[in-house]
Ligand binder design. Sequence first.
Ligand SMILES: NCc1[nH]cc(CCC(=O)O)c1CC(=O)O
Length: 312
Amino acid sequence: MTRTLRIGTRGSALAMAQSSMVAEELERAGYTTELVRIATSGDQSQAPVTEIGVGVFTSALREALAAGEVDVAVHSYKDLPTAPDPRLALAAVPPREDPRDALVARDDLTLGELPPGSVVGTGSPRRASQLEALGLGLETRGIRGNVDTRMRKVSDGELDAVVLARAGLARVGRLEVITESLDPLQMLPAPAQGALAVECRVDDVDTEHLLQSVLDDEASRVAVAAERAMLAALEAGCTAPVGALAGVVEDLDDDGRVVYRLSMRGVVATDENRLVRASATGETTAAEQLGRDVAAQLLEARAASLSGPGSS
Ligand SMILES: NCc1[nH]cc(CCC(=O)O)c1CC(=O)O
């Protein structure tokens, strides 16, 4: 095949880094690529993401792909709405970056070292509710903009710290600004954080196969499938912020043989902004079922915590 693969990408530094990595992998495998920049309404607006809605970063890219203006779209997976787009196929989930959230704080401080009353910038209700639940007396404040804009608010002294996805900093080569990578026990990342979604048109089977064979990572794909299934199941039952993290783990079967299973944890806030947590382990071949099981546990725990006082 000699045609050039046109890869649609947003123009932000993070998006360009991500799509360039995908392009390089494809070039290494012998394909010719071309990056096509596409402006999205999320890039043009400065309103909080909680107001402009999920999908603002991805819909223009998806439209360009569906219309045949590009052959491949590269998204931050966590920015994709959970509803599938019947015109498109998820061809590949490349190896996931470290999914943790990262603290960038003044004076090289860690979360535990920030004094009570410190102001932490985050536009994410998921991050804010988990920060508040730590009981450190931290205040959270909404924030938007690219990585540099956010970090400047710390160096300017306007904020004591910001919380960002570690993967975003890794991809733009700025890991050195991180003062602490947050343990998922304290801060569960967004479903699919750190993963990319590589899409093509559903009827473009040749492209789907080549993207899958060059780019796809099975362990990343099943982990993200479980997290996204959990999110989709929760969206039907509540609008609260959600954190999730799944991973393939080594386990022993009944005969003591090593097997690989999928382990996952989830968190959701209650209406009183307390957190309920759940976890489960299942087969890697039933990732979505595992996600739905954890979601059902979370909804049950959430309902129980709303009716009973004093629970956590
Ligand atoms: N919400 C925007 C967004 N979408 C993807 C990333 C980072 C990279 C990733 O998680 O894949 C970010 C920035 C952030 O949350 O700090």
